[in-house]
Design a protein around this ligand. Structure first.
Ligand code: MG
Length: 217
C-alpha cells in the first residue's frame, strides 16, 4: 500500500507539465527551416500565388476605371520586384553596411518573376508604376541599373528615402502614398514583402509577399 502510494506520487510529479521556458527558438534550426522553405519551392509558390492575385485584381479594376482616373500600382523593390536571396545565402542571413553596399552596387539582384509579370501587366494596361523603396538617394544610380538589368526601367517615379531621413519604413512609405493620392493618383494596388510596405492605407488593395528572412519596420 505504501509502495503504491509512493508510485502514485512519482507518477503525479513526472506527469506535471514542464515549466514554460524562456529560451527562444534555436537560431541555427530556424535558419535550416528557412533554407528548406526556399529549397522546397514553397517560398516561390507562395510568392506566385500572391502575385497572381495582384495581377487578377489589377486586370479587374481596370475594367471599372472611371473617366479621368489615374490608376497606379506601387511596388517595393527588395524581395518584391527582385530577390536578395543570393546575398542572404552567401552571408548566412548576416547583414552589415559593407556587404549591403557591395550588393546594391553590383546591381545583380535577380527578378522575382511572378512580380515582374505583375509589373509587365501594369505597363501593358498603361497604368502608372511607382517604385517605392527605403533604399536611399545615394543608391539611386545602382538601383536604376538593377531595374534596367531586369527590364523594369519604365516607371513614373522611383521614390527613394532621402539621406538622413530617420522615419521608419512604414511612416515614410505611408507618407509617400498619401502624397501620390493627394496628387490625384488612384493607387489600386500596393505590393511589398514587409508589413511596413502594406500597412498605413492609401491603396485600394495591398498584397503582402512572404519574407521570413528579415524585418524592416
Ligand atoms: Mg522589400
Amino acid at each position: 500500500m505504501r509502495l503504491s502510494l509512493i508510485s502514485l506520487v512519482f507518477v503525479f510529479i513526472f506527469t506535471l507539465p514542464l515549466p514554460a521556458t524562456a529560451e527562444p527558438r534555436n537560431l541555427e534550426l530556424l535558419k535550416r527551416e528557412i533554407r528548406a522553405y526556399v529549397a522546397s519551392g514553397e517560398y516561390d509558390r507562395e510568392v506566385a500565388a500572391v502575385a497572381k492575385q495582384a495581377a487578377a485584381w489589377i486586370e479587374t479594376r481596370v475594367t471599372k476605371r472611371q473617366p479621368g482616373e489615374r490608376l497606379a500600382v506601387v511596388f517595393d523593390l527588395d524581395d518584391t520586384l527582385w530577390s536578395s536571396w543570393p546575398d542572404l545565402k552567401v552571408y548566412d542571413f548576416g547583414w552589415n553596411d559593407a556587404t549591403w553596399v557591395a550588393w546594391v552596387e553590383a546591381a545583380r539582384a535577380p527578378a522575382i518573376r511572378p512580380v515582374q509579370a505583375v509589373y509587365q501587366v501594369t505597363r501593358q494596361l498603361g497604368l502608372e508604376v511607382f517604385f517605392l523603396t527605403t533604399r536611399t538617394e545615394r543608391e539611386r544610380k545602382a538601383t536604376e541599373r538593377n531595374l534596367s538589368n531586369i527590364g523594369c526601367c519604365e516607371c513614373t517615379a522611383l521614390i527613394m528615402q532621402p539621406e538622413g531621413d530617420t522615419r521608419t519604413a512604414v511612416v515614410f512609405k505611408t507618407a509617400e502614398r498619401r502624397r501620390l493620392t493627394a496628387e490625384g493618383y488612384a493607387i489600386i494596388a500596393n505590393i511589398g514583402d514587409q508589413t511596413s510596405d502594406v500597412a498605413g492605407g492609401f491603396a485600394e488593395r495591398a498584397f503582402k509577399l512572404p519574407n521570413p528572412f528579415y524585418l524592416t519596420e
